[in-house]
Design a protein around this ligand. Sequence first.
Ligand SMILES: [Zn+2]
Length: 156
Amino acid sequence: MSKRHPNPRLAKIHRNYSVEEIATLYGVHKNTVRNWVKDGMPTNDDRRPMLILGRDLFAFLQAKRVKNKRPCQPGEIYCVRCRTTQKPAGAMAEYQPLTGTSGNLVGICPSCESMMYRRVNLAMLALVGTGLDVTLVQALPHIDESTQPCVNSDFN
Ligand SMILES: [Zn+2]
């Protein structure tokens, strides 16, 4: 987990880091750090060895974090267990109405096979379900209101 989501606060903003030092600090491969540079992390440009200012490292990882918390894209549902948005297995989902105008888009996570739920307005279903084979089902009397909707949903 810490490797996929490096903690920006490990960087001390008043010092410089070499690629090797950053790799050690975050427990990642040097190539990962080089990819961060390719992704736009500022360096001391033409000097060798390459050095990265702590505050640039901090800002870059902070921005990366925000980017990782992107909202669900059309055709994706947030998997609570994987903590990421996923296209449901088989690109199949069910729309389970909760009210006349909204419901849950339900799919199966392709990574961990958990059920994934995304709260969606019926009016937005065509957009949210882009690229998915969405089956409309009738409201079930036992629908559990505590099921986790997509916490990142940007369409509500
Ligand atoms: Zn999952």
